[in-house]
Design a protein around this ligand. Structure first.
Ligand code: MEV
Length: 351
């Protein structure tokens, strides 16, 4: 008999406090209305068959075999294999912790979340895969258990990871993270613009593309090194970031969007100070501010010039949305409107 379970989860955007959250400071994150879906069904035989369709990546390069190296816009197999790493680890984890397995399983993933863009595609893959498999194997699928399992898998693959991304993919809405504790919040919906730089400039060495699967890890490590070199100064920057998140929360509760935007601009400045704002993302932010955005900032891990400046920016556009979108597109970004507070994990039996 056919058994088919579908789990879908939202992308995330960090509004305040990325990087600082890794050191226990407060961060505010939201789910946005782009989703990743995992369908698990039975198949003949034994073992797992994983299919990944339709993951939007753009302009990154792929390596074909060992001999033929070529740039191939709009497809990125390096990053597709990175998604497979999260799926493989999720399976291993569930086999070890819960003893699943012993039958043929088909896992199919499709996504509207671009990869390596700071929008939580890795965490989304972990949460949706864990949720669908737990449900399929009739294991307890309460949300907190799924979040914890997914966070363990994400950490096992990428080393240090705060609980921000897996919490958002699981619960949706808004969450505040403080000292690794997750608190869900009710806050008003925002209309944002997200601009993503996905294309590596042609001047950059093609071998760099294979490093993208470790982009967040590498940037987090660089921040650590810089923090150790400027211990006292960084203490003040990190405390300022913590205070900023508290102010932002109050501004959102009051619906004071002009204040919220101003705080985003300050957060961007602090991210620049810790070295995660490459030129190309800086230009998107400055241009948005110049065109009248209430606020603009890098979001997620940010980027590095020596990794092509790939990453995303978040804009609270106020009345200036149309001209900001056009300007970002002209600057070579993939531009999408995003609504905050999207629903979290949805699991359903579809067959
Ligand atoms: C990545 O989305 C956000 C970082 O703060 C890392 C983390 O929280 O694990 C840079």
């Amino acid at each position: 008999m056919m058994k088919q379970i579908r789990a879908s989860v939202p992308a995330k955007a960090i509004l305040f406090g990325e990087h600082f959250v890794v050191y226990g400071k407060r961060a505010l994150a939201t789910a946005i209305n782009r989703r990743l879906m995992v369908v698990v069904s039975n198949r003949a035989g034994r073992g797992y068959h994983v299919k990944i369709d339709n993951i939007p990546t753009f302009g990154l390069q792929m390596v074909l075999g060992h001999e033929h190296r070529m740039a191939y816009p709009y497809k990125d197999f390096d990053n597709a294999s990175k998604s497979i790493a999260y799926v493989r680890k999720a399976i291993e984890y569930l086999e070890t912790e819960y003893g699943i397995g012993g039958q043929g399983v088909e896992i199919e993933i499709s996504s509207e979340i671009p990869l390596a863009a700071g929008l939580g595609s890795s965490a989304a893959t972990c949460v949706a895969t864990i949720a669908a498999l737990k449900h399929y194997f009739s294991l307890d699928s309460d949300l907190e258990g799924i979040r914890e399992d997914a966070h363990s898998v994400e950490k096992a693959v990428q080393g240090n990871a705060s609980p921000v991304d897996t919490a958002i993919s699981t619960y949706g809405g808004y969450v505040q993270i403080e000292r690794a504790k997750v608190r869900r919040l009710q806050l008003p919906e925002l209309d944002l613009i997200i601009g993503t730089i996905g294309c590596i400039p042609l001047s950059m060495g093609i071998n760099k593309s294979s490093e993208f699967s470790l982009k967040t890890k590498k940037i987090v490590e660089e921040v650590k090194v810089r923090k150790e070199s400027f211990e006292t100064v960084f203490k003040y920057i990190f405390d300022a970031a913590d205070e900023l998140t508290a102010h932002a929360l109050r501004a959102m509760e009051r619906g004071d969007f002009a204040m919220l935007g101003a705080l985003m601009n300050i957060n961007h400045g602090l991210l620049d100070a810790i070295g995660v704002v490459p030129r190309r993302l800086s230009e998107l932010v400055k241009q948005s501010q110049e065109l009248g955005a209430l606020g603009a900032k890098v979001t997620g891990a940010g980027g590095l010039d020596n990794m092509g400046g790939v990453g995303s920016v978040l804009v609270l556009p106020g009345e200036a949305g149309d001209r900001i979108k056009v300007a970002m597109e002209v600057a070579g970004a993939l531009v999408k409107g995003a609504k905050t507070g999207e629903a979290g994990l949805k699991i359903e039996r579809i067959g």
